[in-house]
Design a protein around this ligand. Structure first.
Ligand code: SF4
Length: 405
């Protein structure tokens, strides 16, 4: 098996915009939860490896087969785990994923890493020594008043310190998460963040437009008029600014919301060296297992997700049962549509050989008319071996994706 997602559903406190499956003030459950997680991993069966394309003497196309094995610890706040807990989970995961050559990522919160009893440098060195080789830091913004509105536990200075400490601890693959379109955020503030980040030179950047989820306190504040967020024109301008400034700083955008540095020269069909292998598995609509409360897995022809509540999750695993909340059976039509609209998120587009290997049928056989229509509208373009969004298609992504549903 190549890909495994592990969910750590604990946070020191809830951010005002967050609707992830995560809980504050449950620190006393972390130990029993890790026990249950290891037991769940022991119950999982790896799916078959993806089919590889035949060799034609050229560089292989971007298909599931060319990805490295991956483990992604997401959350929540995985950096709330101790080194011993990470070690136990990795040991349990090693029967599912070949750890050698694997990309192993953890999400970390600067406030938690710096605020823990263990000094940050020692902790991060310990994490790195376990074979965890990619760190994804949730920075979100470098504007302290906005961090407070978001309910983050760190300041901009903490984020800088955490980033520098991670470099000193030996991490040479660091990703930073930012959000744009935040309450009160101006274009000038966003430009200042992009300029500062260009100086930091992280290996990877994920930039997301704020999504106001109805269940969150921030949504209620915005609806109640207590805080305001930039309109669509301003967030669109922020996105355009990110594309321009990060390209000028040497980053390659390889997905709608993701940029990375590369040590290899650009070439058709290739993604940058520091592209996230785990997320590429999602965008290629590959199979992956998942473990942990609320974790979503996908092994065609099924999707599943685990029980959301921590106590129910622990109790079910203790009874020797898999803690699955729901299984969805997928049809070939689901597989075709998901492979297209996930693949089109990538700047290199959807490789035709990848679609054939994943779906067992040619892309034009399924979507010939739709593709021609979107091409005529200037939203899609074709190369000899792929289909991809044009710049206009990228700005109107939802209109394109709806055409395949
Ligand atoms: S740290 Fe991340 S997962 Fe936790 S509440 Fe904040 S946004 Fe949500």
């Amino acid at each position: 098996m190549k890909h495994l997602y592990i969910h750590i559903p604990f946070c020191e406190r809830r951010c005002s915009y967050c609707d992830f499956n995560t809980y504050a003030n449950l620190e006393d459950r972390i130990g029993p939860y890790v026990d249950a997680l290891c037991a769940e991993l022991a119950m999982l069966e790896p799916p078959p490896l993806p089919a590889a394309p035949g060799s034609n003497g050229h560089a292989p196309p971007l298909t599931s087969a060319v990805l490295r094995p991956t483990i992604f610890f997401g959350g929540g706040t995985p950096s709330m785990l101790t080194l011993d807990q990470f070690e136990r989970i990795l040991q349990a995961a090693s029967r599912l994923v070949t750890l050698d050559r694997a990309e192993i990522s953890i999400e970390a919160n600067p406030g938690n890493v710096l605020g823990d009893a263990t000094p940050a440098l020692d902790y991060l060195r310990g994490v790195r020594s376990l074979g965890i080789n990619r760190l994804s830091l949730g920075v979100q913004t470098l504007h302290d008043p906005t961090l407070r509105i978001l309910g983050r536990t760190h300041s901009a200075a903490d984020a800088r310190t955490c980033y520098d400490t991670a470099r000193r601890a030996g991490f040479d693959n660091i990703s930073l998460d930012f959000i744009f379109g935040l309450p009160g955020q101006t274009i000038a503030q966003w430009h200042a963040i992009l300029d500062e980040v260009a100086v930091w030179q992280p290996d990877h950047l994920s930039l997301y437009s704020l999504i106001l989820e109805e269940s969150t306190p921030l949504y209620a504040q915005v609806i109640g008029g207590r805080v305001s967020v930039p309109d669509d024109d301003v967030t669109g301008a922020m996105y355009e600014a990110a594309m321009e400034r990060l390209a000028a700083a040497g980053y390659e955008q390889y997905e709608i919301s993701n940029w990375a540095r590369s040590t290899a020269a650009p070439a058709p069909g290739r993604v940058p060296t520091h592209a996230c292998q785990h997320n590429l598995a999602y965008w290629l609509n590959s199979d992956y297992l998942a473990a942990g409360a609320g974790a979503h897995g996908h092994v065609y022809p099924q999707r599943y997700y685990d029980m959301l509540r921590v106590d129910a999750y622990i109790a079910t695993v203790r009874e020797g049962r898999r803690p699955i909340a729901e299984v969805t059976n997928l049809t070939p039509t689901d597989l075709y549509a998901e492979t297209v609209f996930m693949g089109l998120r990538l700047n290199v587009g959807l490789n035709l050989e990848h679609f054939r290997l994943r779906c067992g049928v040619g892309l034009d056989e399924v979507y010939g008319d739709t593709l021609a229509d979107l091409q005529a509208q200037g939203l899609l373009e074709r190369t000899a071996d792929s289909v991809r969004l044009t710049h206009q298609g990228r700005m109107l992504g939802n209109r394109v994706f709806e055409a395949f549903v």
